[in-house]
Design a protein around this ligand. Sequence first.
Ligand code: TMP
Length: 241
Amino acid sequence: MSETNRKKIYEGKAKILYKGPKPSTIIQYYKDDATAFNNKKRSTIDGKGALNNRISAFLMEKINSLGITTHFIKRLNMREQLVHYVDIIPVEVVVRNFAAGSICKRLNIKEGENLPKSIVEYYYKSDELGDPLVAEDHIIAFGWANLQELDELHNLSLRINDFLLGIFSSVGIKLVDFKLEFGRLNSADCTEIVLADELSPDNFRLWDNKTNKKLDKDRFRLDLGNTIDAYREVAERLGIL
Ligand code: TMP
C-alpha cells in the first residue's frame, strides 16, 4: 500500500495511526512533533520520530522476548511500525524509581531522591481534563478496567520496570520514571492485556548515572536544549545506531 493511499485512523500529538494491511493491524507513524504540558508547548524536533521508532522497536522486542506480550509486530521503515490493533485502556500507568516531575511538586520531594520503593500511579487518559491522577477505585468504578485487568496492569508495569532498570543501568543510565499504556488484544478465543503505545525518551525520564544529565523529553519541556542529541545518545548507548 503506498503511503498516499493509507487511511488515517487517528492523529495524536507524536504519532499518526493508519489502517494496516489486515483489519487486525495498524501502522504507527512517528512524527517529529513534540508537545508538553498538555499541548500548551509545541514544537518540531527534526529526527525525533525516526529515533523514537528505532528505540521503541528495540525495547518492545526485548519485552516481547521476556514473554510479556506487546502490540509490536515489526518495524517497517524509518518512521513506521506494524502493530496489532488493540482497544486502548484509557489509563496511563506511571512508574517512578526516583523523584522528578509532578511528584516533586505534589508531595514536596526533592528532585532526584531515590524513592523508598518503585511507585505505580494511574492517570485518566483525557486531553480535555489534562490527564488527571486517579485512584484504583476510580478505574474500577468508572469501568475503565476491571479488577483483574488492573491487577495485571500493576504487575506487568513492575515487571517491565525491573527489566528496563537493568537494560538502562547496563548502559550507564538511571531510569527515573516512565509512562506506559496498555490495550486489549482480542483473538477468537480470548482477550489479552498487552503493552501498547511506545517506549521512548518522550515517555521516559533517563538520567546519566554519573552526572544526572537529562537524556529525555525534559530537555524540551524545560528548554535545556540539545534534545535530539540526547535522544541520539540514548539510542547509541543501547547499541541501536
Ligand atoms: P510527570 O512527572 O509529569 O507526572 O511524568 C511522569 C512520567 O510520565 C515521565 O517519564 C513523563 C511521562 N509522561 C508522559 O509520557 N506523558 C504525559 O502526558 C505526562 C504528563 C508524563
